[in-house]
Write a protein that binds this ligand. Structure first.
Ligand SMILES: Nc1ncnc2c1ncn2[C@@H]1O[C@H](COP(=O)(O)OP(=O)(O)OP(=O)(O)O)[C@@H](O)[C@H]1O
Length: 250
C-alpha cells in the first residue's frame, strides 16, 4: 500500500539546512498498521508530512498503491486515497465552521453526492449522534473534536490514514476511547495506518510493525511482538523500551 525508499527530507538552505529525514526506507502492506516511534525531533512527523504532500523538499521514492508520487503537491485523486489526522484537533478545525460545514465541504470537494446521508453515517462511524451535526468546535470536548477530525478524514473514503500523534493532545481518560475507535475503524473499513507516536505503549496496542527513528534515520524495523517481548536488535531501541517501562512504572 505504501513504499518509502531512500527518503531524504530537508528544510532550509546551507548553512542552515536541517536534514530531518535521512535515507529512510520501509513498506506498509494493505490493511497493516505501521508505527513510527522515536524521541522528539527524530523526524517522525516529517515523514508523514512528506507523504501527505505538505513538504516539497524531499528526494527518494514514495509510492502509494503502486503509484510513485511527484515532489510537488498532491492532486485530488491522491486525497481520495490518503488522508491525515493531526495531533491537535483544536488547531485542525476552523472555530467558525460547524461540524456540518466541515463534513459537507469535504464531501463536496471530493465530488461526493448524497451528502445528507453521508454526514449521518460519518457521525455514526465515529460514535457521534445526529445531535452533534450543527455544533461548533467550542461546543465539543477534545475527544469529540478529534472524532470530527477523524470523520473528516474518512469522508473521502481513503485507504491509507496518516495519524500524527492522534491522541497526545487529549486527556488521558479519552485517549483509549479514540485509539479503540481507530482500531475499530481500521477493521470495519479495511484501512491501512501509518501512525506516529512517542508512546511505545500506544504503538504496541495499535500497530503490527514499527520503525524506530533516531536523528532522522530509521535504526530498526520490528514487529510488535518483538517490541512486547523486548526483543530489539539495536541498543537504541532497547534504551527506548527501557525508558518507556521506567515511565510506565513511575
Ligand atoms: N518546517 C520546518 N522547518 C525547519 N525545520 C523543521 C521543520 N519541521 C521540522 N523541522 C526539524 O526537523 C527535525 C524533525 O522534526 P519532526 O517534527 O519530524 O520530529 P518528530 O520526531 O516528529 O518530533 P516531535 O515528536 O517532537 O514532533 C527537527 O530537527 C525539527 O526541528
Amino acid at each position: 500500500m505504501l513504499t518509502v525508499e531512500h527518503l531524504n527530507v530537508w528544510f532550509g538552505f546551507d548553512p542552515d539546512r536541517v536534514d530531518a529525514v535521512k535515507d529512510a526506507s520501509f513498506t506498509v502492506a494493505q490493511g497493516e498498521s505501521f508505527g513510527l516511534v522515536g524521541e522528539s525531533g527524530s523526524g517522525k512527523s516529517t515523514i508523514l508530512r512528506a507523504i501527505a504532500g505538505l513538504i516539497d523538499t524531499w528526494s527518494g521514492t514514495i509510492a502509494v498503491a503502486g503509484q510513485p508520487l511527484a515532489a510537488r503537491r498532491r492532486d485530488r485523486a491522491f486525497y481520495k486515497t490518503v488522508q491525515m489526522v493531526f495531533q491537535d484537533p483544536y488547531a485542525s478545525l476552523h472555530p467558525r465552521h460547524s461540524v456540518d460545514a466541515v463534513l459537507s465541504e469535504t464531501l463536496r470537494l471530493q465530488g461526493m453526492g448524497d451528502i445528507d446521508r453521508r454526514i449521518t453515517s460519518l457521525l455514526s462511524d465515529v460514535g457521534l449522534g445526529r445531535g452533534f451535526r450543527f455544533r461548533y468546535p467550542h461546543q465539543l470536548s477534545g475527544g469529540q473534536r478529534q472524532r470530527v477530525a477523524i470523520a473528516r478524514a474518512l469522508a473521502a473514503e481513503p485507504r491509507l490514514l496518516l495519524l500524527d500523534e492522534p491522541t497526545s493532545a487529549l486527556d488521558v481518560s479519552v485517549q483509549a476511547e479514540i485509539l479503540n475507535l481507530l482500531s475499530d475503524l481500521r477493521a470495519e473499513h479495511g484501512l491501512t495506518y501509518v501512525m506516529v507516536s512517542h508512546d511505545l505503549a500506544v504503538v504496541g496496542h495499535m500497530c503490527d510493525r514499527l520503525a524506530v527513528m533516531q536523528g532522522g534515520r530509521i535504526v530498526e524495523v520490528m514487529d510488535v511482538q518483538a517490541l512486547r517481548q523486548g526483543n530489539a536488535r539495536q541498543d537504541y531501541t532497547r534504551q527506548l523500551i527501557a525508558a518507556s517501562e521506567g515511565y510506565a512504572r513511575a
